[in-house]
Structure formats: structure tokens, C-alpha cells
Design a protein around this ligand. Structure first.
Ligand SMILES: Cc1ncc(COP(=O)(O)O)c(C=O)c1O
Length: 353
């Protein structure tokens, strides 16, 4: 008997490979674990007791206060969830009716499209320009035609690392009738934000995460910034205990120790720029200028190079089924040692061609 909803039958389940590679540069994580001082604080918390037997604070009160301070807004403008992944699903669940349209940039983060389908909406791919810039008029004309409920934009964009100018975002916000969700998962590597716009416009939601710059992907913590009415609406569909106590405490400690995180961000940004300049001089590789913690490389024989890197214990991201990106690989920025290992294998393979 097949119990699965018929509209989900063409979706492929997300199953991460369980092969362990020496160097993991495939998911845009931080190469750094959380700081030792944070780990020590967590051990102290655990030893006080009553951490694991009690339900977590459903409102993540202390963490929301700290995030509000970090973002320059009020705690009531913040909603915390188990990763920004969960927030993407919550936004669609709360605001998109069955068969309503959601505008999803392409190429961009695939979960906008997948969660729209799971939630019963209809994703509409809005193609980026050849240089991976956003054409906001395409979003607006799709809205006029399909009356879309939500538009996702990703800044810096994953998997290209390219950014969207502020005035282009404002243009979309002002001309789009639905909600504009600005995914700033890689904000800390870029430095520009649209957080202020949540107070100026009622149709804006900003998504952020602790999975990238903060090095806490394993703890699953993301948050959104929006006006209080939107946050209240989202509470209607929020699972009460979606963010566990341990994750709340860790995120709070990471914000308290932001100076350490800042140093790591600076390190990754300088490694990104170093790698960019080296690769930019290599014949046969097109590197997309990036403001995130990864680089998208376009190269001949990308699948062969991907396989060679795996053979050498280095995993990067490939896109074999994506017509826009089938000749690309995306490499996350790791430690200098990891980046040099990646470079060595890549360059030796290219020389041998
Ligand atoms: C653009 C973008 N948004 C959201 C996410 C999901 O992050 P989280 O770990 O917070 O669920 C990712 C993860 O790669 C991402 O690249």
C-alpha cells in the first residue's frame, strides 16, 4: 500500500551521504567548532542540573533578547527555530494557501522550492541573469501574472555567493504585494543587511542562522526578524518546544563571545579572497565573485574533478542534475590547510588535462 500524498511522489528525499571525508567543504559550514570557552560554559550549565529533564523555554526568551540586541531590534521582532530551514517551512505553512504561488530564485537555495511543494503551494522559478544577478522586474511581472504570496530572495545568494544591491531589494519590497523573505544566512561574511527594513515595511522577513558564521550547524538554530504582527502569526503554527535547551544556551553563549566569532569570520573572509585571487588567475576556471563563505567555480570536466577530489578525501558540492550549474562545483571556505589541499588537488588535475 502506498500511503504517500500523490503530490509528493516526485520529490527525492534528502539523504546525506554517510561516507566520511578528510576535508568537508560541501555544506558551507564553519571549519571551526564552537569556542572552548563556550564549551566550558555549557559543561557548567549541565552540571547545575535540570537541563535535560525539563522542556525548553518555548519562547527562547533570553536568546531572543540577545539576538534582538545583536540585530538592533526588539525581542518581539524575533522568532527562533530549529535552523532557518524550519523557518522557511513555517513561513510557507503560515502564509501560503494550497495552490498559491511562491517565487523562488534560480539558481538559489533549493529548500524554498521543496518546502513550497511540501506545504501544497506552487513554486515558480525566477531565473537569475547570466551573471547571477537578480532581475527584480521578473519577480514583479511574475507577481502580476500569478499573484504570488511570498517571494524568497537570498543575499548573498547560495550557491553563487553573489549579492543584491539594497536599492533593488527596496524596489522589490515596494512593488511586490506579498511577503518578501530575505535569506541572510551568510550575512556575517558580507556585512550588509536589510534588518532595518522590517520596521519600515510590513511585508519583510529576514532569515538568519547560527549554522554558518557561528559554527553551530549541528545545534540547529536559526531566527527571523520581522514586524511583531508577522511574528505573532508565526507563533500560531510554531511547535512549542522546537528549539532545545542546549541549543538556546549555546547560541546565547556564542553571542556573548562574538569577538571570537568575529575573528573567525575575518579569517574565513580573508581565505575566501585569497582563494578567489589564486583561482581567478587559473586558465579554464571561472570563479564567481563571492561575499559568502564559499566560491562557485565553473570549469570543464567538473564531474571528473569532483570525483577526483572525493578520491583524495575532499568533498565539495556538485550539481549534476541542475542544467544551470552542471559544469560548476561549489567549495566552502575551510582552514588554510584545507583550502591548500583543495587547491593542490584541483590544480594538479587541471594541469594533467
Ligand atoms: C541560503 C540558506 N538558507 C538557509 C539555510 C539553512 O540553514 P540552517 O542550518 O539554519 O537550517 C542554508 C543552508 O545551507 C542556506 O544556504
Amino acid at each position: 500500500m502506498d500511503y504517500l500524498r500523490s503530490d509528493l511522489k516526485d520529490l527525492i528525499p534528502y539523504k546525506a551521504s554517510n561516507i566520511e571525508y578528510d576535508i568537508i567543504l560541501d555544506s558551507n559550514e564553519s571549519p571551526f567548532d564552537i569556542p572552548d570557552s563556550t564549551k566550558e560554559r555549557l559543561i557548567e550549565y549541565i552540571s547545575i542540573g535540570n537541563i535535560f529533564n525539563r522542556y525548553p523555554d518555548p519562547n527562547s526568551t533570553a536568546l531572543r533578547e540577545a539576538i534582538a540586541h545583536y540585530c538592533g531590534v526588539k525581542p518581539n521582532n524575533i522568532l527562533v527555530a530549529a535552523g532557518s530551514d524550519e523557518l522557511i517551512r513555517m513561513i510557507i505553512n503560515a502564509f501560503v494557501d494550497k495552490y498559491e504561488y511562491v517565487l523562488c530564485p534560480s539558481p538559489s537555495f533549493s529548500m524554498y522550492n521543496i518546502y513550497t511543494k511540501i506545504c501544497g503551494g506552487i513554486p515558480l522559478d525566477i531565473q537569475l541573469r547570466k551573471d547571477y544577478s537578480y532581475d527584480m522586474d521578473k519577480f514583479i511581472s511574475a507577481d502580476r501574472q500569478y499573484n504570488a504570496k511570498v517571494a524568497f530572495i537570498c543575499n548573498p545568494n547560495n550557491p553563487t555567493g553573489t549579492v543584491i544591491e539594497k536599492q533593488d531589494i527596496i524596489y522589490l519590497i515596494k512593488n511586490f504585494d506579498g511577503l518578501v523573505v530575505i535569506d541572510e544566512a551568510y550575512f556575517e561574511f558580507y556585512g550588509e543587511t536589510m534588518v532595518d527594513s522590517v520596521l519600515d515595511y510590513e511585508n519583510v522577513i529576514i532569515l538568519r542562522t547560527f549554522s554558518k558564521a557561528f559554527g553551530a550547524a549541528g545545534l540547529r538554530i536559526g531566527y527571523l526578524v520581522a514586524n511583531e504582527d508577522l511574528v505573532e502569526d508565526l507563533y500560531i503554527i510554531k511547535s512549542p518546544y522546537n528549539v532545545n535547551t542546549f541549543s538556546q544556551l549555546t547560541a546565547l553563549e556564542l553571542l556573548k563571545n562574538f569577538d571570537i566569532i568575529r575573528e573567525r569570520i575575518d579569517y574565513i573572509v580573508s581565505e575566501r579572497d585569497r582563494l578567489y585571487h589564486i583561482l581567478n588567475d587559473v586558465e579554464g576556471i571561472e570563479v564567481v565573485p563571492s561575499k559568502a563563505n564559499f566560491l562557485l567555480l565553473q570549469l570543464k570536466d567538473s564531474q571528473e574533478i569532483y570525483a577526483k577530489l572525493l578520491e583524495e578525501g575532499i568533498s565539495v558540492r556538485n550539481f549534476p542534475d541542475d542544467t544551470d550549474l552542471s559544469s560548476c562545483i561549489r567549495v566552502s571556505i575551510g582552514t588554510r590547510y584545507e583550502n591548500d589541499r583543495f587547491l593542490k588537488v584541483l590544480l594538479s588535475k587541471l594541469e594533467r588535462r
